[in-house]
Design a protein. Structure first.
Length: 509
């Protein structure tokens, strides 16, 4: 178990096209490969951690015994943007891409927006460039008082308004209402307030832009950590990506060097828990501007910083370096690219291990929760709960510990009956207690069994009835933890129950 985890996202450092890259127009893209050809590329520390040994990274030197545990991660969510990438890193997979509106927002959304905000109507409702939209609609907006609503190729709902017509605070309120409306299938990545000033067709945007992110539509590792009393510190735009949810302390930054300075500061002041940092320049300054040499220099600077940072880490620390998507500066497009991302996990005196290619960026959240002792704690709770089993007939004691979305833990044990079929399993007892107390979101369950000889067999699998019971409240990704030979293993509900009975139409489709 670790006391601190430094999780660093090198924004957009992809390592090669995913098998479905053609669906995103990204065949042949490879961010790391593109920058590796630059004369500015010099990353000895990342190489010694094992970056060149990762699957598919055959254009960098390998090392015999790399210092880190390494993997190539394949994104499960259907997207290639910052929000979706970070959600998946933190444990929430989004099967559907965030919605975009190439033909503007549908009438029902606009009508609801007008009704709830009381505005007289809206202008534009099309994808538009931010500077052109105020040039083309600014005068009409001033004449009519109607806000300008527009979008882009990204999943955004933007509202532009002149500061003298709709005051900035009022504009923020319009955005909050839009954010409330834009949920579920219309859950856009961001609602953005775009205030501007000027007159007679000469308009400029002001510094009072404000972004309203979509809250993660599921349980993130941040929710769990916060609920369990583990401190989460954000560095850079992590706080905005998660709309602040699950974060105790935020250090905003303006650049990669700011971010690295913040990491040094947090390391030096002994902050514990999860320190979650995003270094955005790779993407924002270099990737989107197709600046190969700039990107290579930025990664080399990070590598240099890493050389000073690594020796500071103690055996109580873990460092995870990863990315959220690609943004190949060497391809024609300036957009993000659908790529694999690297995962490098380093601990002082840790073992060198290559995990190959791993399904899902949520591998990172599993590592974080496990390394910060959450699974261990659950297994311990389940073992303790097994002592309360009422099992005079089987003399088989089962304990379960259910982890809820808010980090709370509900335990249960089996309760038998003379009429055997009335026996309640440990899992259903834990679930019933939690559901009765109003809990509806569940992350996972640990199950432990103890037989009459007192042997702890922690490899208990829920019975079919319990799986069906769980499927009423849980997603297929709901986790089931068991400990075998000292190692915690994680399964998903869908591993044991690929399909379940449901009366809900949406579930049976
Ligand atoms: N049992 C559980 O509590 N959970 C399981 O996942 C499997 C079985 C209990 C029911 C019964 O009291 C005993 O184990 C033997 O079947």
């Amino acid at each position: 178990m670790k006391k601190r985890i430094f999780l660093i996202v090198l924004d957009s450092l992809g390592i090669g096209e995913l098998p479905d890259a053609h669906l995103f127009g990204d065949i042949g893209t490879n961010t790391l490969k593109s920058i590796s050809k630059s004369p500015n590329f010099n990353i000895p520390n990342l190489i010694s951690l094992g970056l060149g040994n990762i699957d598919g990274v055959d254009y960098l030197p390998t090392v015999k015994s790399h210092l880190g545990k390494i993997a190539r991660l394949r994104e499960k969510s259907m997207g290639k943007d910052t929000t979706v990438g970070h959600f998946e890193l933190s444990g929430v997979v989004m099967e559907k891409p965030l919605p975009t509106y190439p033909n503007g927002f549908p009438k029902e959304i606009i009508d609801l927006f007008i009704e709830k905000t009381g505005v007289l109507g809206i202008l534009c409702n099309k994808p538009y460039s931010g500077t052109e939209v105020i040039r083309d609609y600014g005068d009409e907006h001033i004449r009519t008082g109607k806000p300008i609503v527009y979008t882009s190729a990204d999943s955004v709902f933007q509202i532009a308004a002149h500061q003298d017509i709709i005051e900035v605070d009022e504009l923020y309120k319009l955005c909050e209402i839009a954010r409330e409306i834009l949920q579920g299938k219309h859950g856009v990545g961001r609602v953005i307030a775009r205030p501007f000033t000027g007159y007679n067709g000469q308009y400029t945007r002001t510094q009072w832009r404000r972004d309203y992110s979509l809250e993660a539509p599921g349980i993130t590792m941040l929710d769990i950590l916060m609920g369990r009393g583990v401190k989460v510190t954000s560095i850079g735009k992590i706080y905005d990506i998660f709309a602040g949810r699950g974060i105790c302390c935020s250090l905003p930054t303006h650049s990669n060097s700011d971010g690295m300075a913040a990491l040094d500061e947090v390391e030096a002041n002994g902050t514990e828990g999860l320190i979650f940092a995003n270094l955005v320049d790779f993407d924002m300054v270099y990737g989107h501007r197709n600046n190969v040499n700039g990107y290579a220099s930025a990664l080399s600077e990070f590598d240099k910083w890493l050389g000073d940072f690594l020796p500071k880490l103690t055996p109580d620390d873990l460092l995870i370096i990863t990315a959220d998507h690609g943004c190949d500066p060497g391809d024609i497009s300036t957009d993000h690219t659908r790529e694999y991302v690297p995962a490098i996990i380093y601990e002082k005196d840790g073992k060198s291990e290559n995990l190959g290619t791993v399904e899902g960026l949520d591998f990172v959240s599993k590592t974080v929760l496990s390394e910060l002792g959450i699974m261990e704690e659950l297994i311990a709770c389940a073992l303790e709960a097994s002592k309360n089993a009422y099992s005079p007939y089987s003399e088989f004691c089962v304990g379960a510990a259910l982890l809820c979305g808010d980090g709370s833990i509900y335990t249960g044990a089996n309760i038998e009956n003379s009429s055997y079929s009335m026996t309640l399993c440990a899992e259903r007892v834990a679930f019933s207690k939690a559901v009765f107390e109003g809990k509806r979101q569940f992350k996972g369950i640990a199950i432990v069994s103890v037989d009459k000889e007192g042997n702890t067999n922690t490899a208990c699998i829920p019975c079919g009835a319990c799986l069906q019971f769980m499927s009423e409240f849980c997603q297929p990704s709901f986790e089931i933890y068991r400990k075998i030979n000292g190692k915690t293993e994680i399964y998903h509900l869908s591993d044991f129950l690929p399909c379940s009975f449901s009366l809900r139409e949406a579930d049976t489709k």
